[in-house]
Design a protein. Sequence first.
Length: 218
Amino acid sequence: MPNAAPPLLPLAYDGSHIDGSLFTAITGLARDTRWLNAPVEWWTNAGLGVFALLVVVGWWRARRRDAKAMTLALAAPVSIVVAFAVAEVVKKYVGELRPCRSVPHAFIVEACPAPGDYAFPSGHVTAAAAAVAALWLLDRRLAAIAAVFAVLEAFTRVYVGGHYPHDVVGAAILAVPAALLTSLALRRTATPLVARWRAGGALAPVLTADPAGTRAAD
């Protein structure tokens, strides 16, 4: 059953005039597919685990590659956290009301968050898009898989009524450069350190599949 929406908060940004009609069209689809509401609501949160899994796979495969690849693998979760942190700052600055508050007549599947939990940009999609960007530098095949799931994540965030379409698009636009720049900066600065760790010591088995702990490309 949809959750009742709290009243509109004063002095906060109402983003419904941007693409509110598209939002209600998608939530209208949710109204017409109530049998799908519970699975989509579960997936919109649980699906983030796919990106964590892909990052782990990227690290595992990087063990057989050079120190630059391993540095990018280690940088991926850092890049996701950085992008998410940037999104949280933007979210507080913009202060956009959640759709459940500004479009109370819409069919909302997801519970309405607390008043201080704003809509723009979507944190879920920020994490998903940042994972795609970080993996693109590391492994294009994994990045392609992540991109498919990121699109699905973006759709589900609107379907459950948690975000407007511009919230998820804005999240991707913000997350991709943030994650790329973070990963590239870490690759540039941290590769020599990772190479030393791979050459021997307690961390070598975690950072390389080469028993000797070194690779010619390092």
